[in-house]
Write a protein that binds this ligand. Structure first.
Ligand code: ZN
Length: 246
């Protein structure tokens, strides 16, 4: 048996959370494809400029009920992978917090696009729970202001028109460089800079597994491409890795 345990990096996108009832907004069946004006609700310019956009945004968030979503078998498979003792880091494009909710150690999860479970003031930068703000919306405040400074509150996510946090991105690059196996799950790998991560991993000698329903630009370069539904395929892949890590 090989003494060195391979370091595994898992990049997750919208596809891992669809079985938890969270729609893939960008996908062909997604909200932004069907109704491009919905994208305005998560675009920084209109959001900060227009109280009506914020009012619609809070309302939609309350109705979508994403905070109540539960992790599925795909999320739980990664918890099993962590418990097996193999060194693991999860990089996620999702803002739903379901990896942490499933029991994965929080410091092992890097949220590339932030989290929709928290809000941040655009003025004084104070953060707080999304739940409390949605409760204020439910109680009749159409666009709840920051209680510290009266500023505009926003989800603590990376919106369209904003760059990813350079510190987070640097950490992601370092993980992609260091890993021995890079698994991309439920992501189209088409949006940069996140799409550069599997390239970095490949260039650093890692093996690449792509698990996605639709083709990705990395299918040719991948050692393995898996098209089966994630909540079945990921538990199977994890069982295989735990049995024979290398
Ligand atoms: Zn404030």
């Amino acid at each position: 048996m090989n003494a060195k345990r391979p370091m595994i990096a898992v990049l997750t996108g919208a596809g891992i959370s669809t079985d938890s009832g969270i729609p893939d907004y960008r996908g062909p069946q997604g909200l932004w494809h069907k109704d491009p004006s919905a994208q305005e609700l998560v675009t920084i310019g209109p959001y900060l400029r227009d109280p009506e956009v914020r009012r619609r945004s809070w309302l939609l968030r309350g109705e979508a009920g994403a905070l109540g979503a539960e992790p599925n078998a795909g999320h739980r498979a990664l918890v099993e992978l962590e418990r097996s003792g193999l060194p693991l880091r999860v990089l996620t494009q999702n803002v739903d917090g379901l990896h942490q909710r499933s029991g994965l150690t929080a410091r092992k999860v890097l949220e590339l696009h932030g989290t929709a479970r928290e809000v941040q003031c655009a003025g004084c930068r104070v953060t707080g729970p999304m739940e409390a703000v949605l409760a204020r919306v439910g109680a009749g405040e159409a666009d709840p202001p920051c209680r510290e400074c009266g500023g505009i509150l926003r989800p603590r996510t990376v919106m369209f028109g904003e760059a990813l946090d350079p510190v987070v991105l640097q950490q992601a690059d370092a993980i992609a460089k260091a890993c021995d196996l890079f698994i991309a799950v439920g992501t189209s790998l088409q949006v940069y800079p996140v799409a550069a991560l599997p390239q970095i991993a490949l260039e650093s000698g890692a093996r690449l597994v792509v698990m996605n329903a639709e083709p990705t630009p990395f299918d040719e370069a991948a050692d393995e491409v898996i098209r089966e539904p994630i909540s079945q395929a990921l538990p199977e892949l994890v069982r295989r890795l735990v049995r024979e890590p290398s």
